[in-house]
Design a protein. Structure first.
Length: 242
C-alpha cells in the first residue's frame, strides 16, 4: 500500500506534465474546430430542402466507423508521399509534413477527429436550431433586422444550451483521445501527441505499473470534471423562448 505517494509523484513526473501541456494544445485546436464545423454543418442542414436525411446519415456514418480503419486511411492520405501531398506538390511545388512536425501533427489529428464527430455534434446543434420558434425570426425581420443581427442576437443566444453541450462533449473527447494519435503517430513526434490515455496504456501495460496508471486516470478524470464544471459556470445561460 503506497498511500498518497503516487499522487505526490504524479506532479513531479515530467512526462505527465508534458501530457497535460499536450492536452491543452489539443483543446485549443479541437474544441473550436469541432464547434465551428458542427455549427456550419447544422446551419447548412437547416437550409436544405432536399436530401437532408441522406446528408445527415452520411455524416453520421463517420461517427460509427472503426477508429482503427479510418486512422489507417488518413495516415495514408496525409503521408509524405500520400495523395494529398502529391496534389499539393503538383499545385504549389512543396509538401507539408503533416505528422512529422509537432504542431501540424496535433492539427492533423484534430482535423481527423473533427471529421468523425461533425455529424453527431452537428445533429445536436441542428436540433437546437429547429427548437427556436420561427415567429421570433419573423418579428425580427419586421423590425428591420438583417441576417447578421438575427444570427448574433437571436440564433446564437437561443442556441446556447446546444452550444455548451457540444463544447462540453468535445472537451471530454479531448481528454479521451486514444485511437487516432496511437495509430497514426504513436504519441510522437517528440511526445507532442501523447495523450492521457496513451500515457495510461503505456504505464499500465508496457511499464507494468497499473497502480500509477490508475492514479493518472483518477487525476485525469478530476481535471476533466473540473474543466467541464468551469465551462458550464462561465458560459451556460438559461434560455427561454417566451
Amino acid at each position: 500500500f503506497v498511500g498518497l505517494a503516487n499522487f505526490v509523484r504524479i506532479f513531479q513526473d515530467s512526462t505527465f506534465i508534458r501530457v497535460m501541456l499536450n492536452t491543452v494544445n489539443f483543446l485549443a485546436y479541437l474544441v473550436p474546430m469541432v464547434l465551428f464545423a458542427s455549427l456550419a454543418f447544422a446551419i447548412v442542414l437547416a437550409k436544405l430542402r432536399y436530401f437532408r436525411t441522406f446528408i445527415m446519415l452520411s455524416f453520421l456514418v463517420a461517427n460509427v466507423s472503426s477508429g482503427v480503419a479510418y486512422s489507417i486511411m488518413f495516415s495514408n492520405i496525409f503521408a509524405v508521399n500520400g495523395p494529398l501531398n502529391k496534389l499539393i506538390y503538383k499545385l504549389f511545388g512543396f509538401t507539408i509534413p503533416w505528422f512529422s512536425d509537432p504542431q501540424l501533427a496535433v492539427f492533423s489529428i484534430c482535423l481527423i477527429v473533427t471529421w468523425k464527430f461533425i455529424g453527431y455534434y452537428g445533429l445536436i446543434l441542428y436540433a437546437g436550431l429547429q427548437a427556436i420558434p420561427s415567429n421570433l425570426y419573423e418579428a425580427a425581420r419586421l423590425d428591420g433586422a438583417n441576417r447578421r443581427t438575427i444570427f448574433w442576437k437571436i440564433t446564437l443566444p437561443l442556441l446556447n444550451p446546444s452550444l455548451i453541450t457540444v463544447v462540453v462533449l468535445s472537451t471530454m473527447l479531448t481528454f479521451g483521445i486514444f485511437t487516432e494519435p496511437y495509430m497514426i503517430t504513436g504519441g510522437g513526434p517528440m511526445q507532442r501527441t501523447t495523450t492521457f490515455l496513451i500515457y495510461m496504456y503505456d504505464t499500465a501495460f508496457k511499464r507494468i505499473n497499473p497502480s500509477y496508471a490508475t492514479t493518472v486516470a483518477v487525476v485525469t478524470a478530476m481535471m476533466s470534471y473540473g474543466l467541464v464544471m468551469l465551462i458550464r459556470r462561465l458560459f451556460e445561460k438559461e434560455v427561454s423562448f417566451v
